[in-house]
Design a protein around this ligand. Sequence first.
Ligand code: SF4
Length: 103
Amino acid sequence: MLRPGGVEEGLLMNETLMDVDVSRLPKDPMPPDMWQDRAACYGIDPEVFFPASEEDASLALSYCGACSIRDTCLAWALKNRERYGVWGGLTEQQRRRISRHVA
Ligand code: SF4
């Protein structure tokens, strides 16, 4: 269930999966146009973040690993059910796994 202006209700639980403590993510993340200029991926070819396979995501994940706004990015992706690409240091499959696990 999606809360107005917040992340999915289930994600508000103290949930730790894949080294992500979902309870610590921003509850009402700002949209990307508010923080993308501070992102480690700013100016990088967007195709890097939409790899053909999970195995090809390592370059994107390395940017995320050095990104100061990773939590905001991940919270935004989960809240908005971004289906494609790498967001907040997680691949499509990893985000789906989190969503299923806490649903
Ligand atoms: S966490 Fe990754 S995808 Fe999100 S803004 Fe940072 S580098 Fe870009």
